[in-house]
Design a protein around this ligand. Sequence first.
Ligand code: ZN
Length: 132
Amino acid sequence: MEPDGRLAQLGAIRELPHRDALGFPELDESFRQPHETYRAALAVEARVLGALGLDARTVPIPERPCPWCASELLLHTDPDGPPTVTCTTGPSCTAPVRCDERGRRVWGWRELPALVVALDAAEQHAHGAVAA
Ligand SMILES: [Zn+2]
């Protein structure tokens, strides 16, 4: 009875969508070599993080310019660390934060709340200027 039950469970597993339909690498091939397994795990991790929008990427923040110089702000996400925001102007931007290795003003995890407050204040000021 028990072996049949296990076989029935295996049969149920086979009914799940085939992993190729999800775009994952063929695991049977990958498990032949430990380093191939590691590479396959990294590929799967990258696909899952990408599908969730949590992979390392840089995207512009639409309609929210830098409150200090009005240039475009970029949001940088990375699964291995907290998000950061940079200003595209460079060191001549007067934002009260440090510059990164590329000379861009950067808001790290601790500075992000202050940036949000400044962005909201700039937006309210802009709406006030339009209404006046
Ligand atoms: Zn700026």
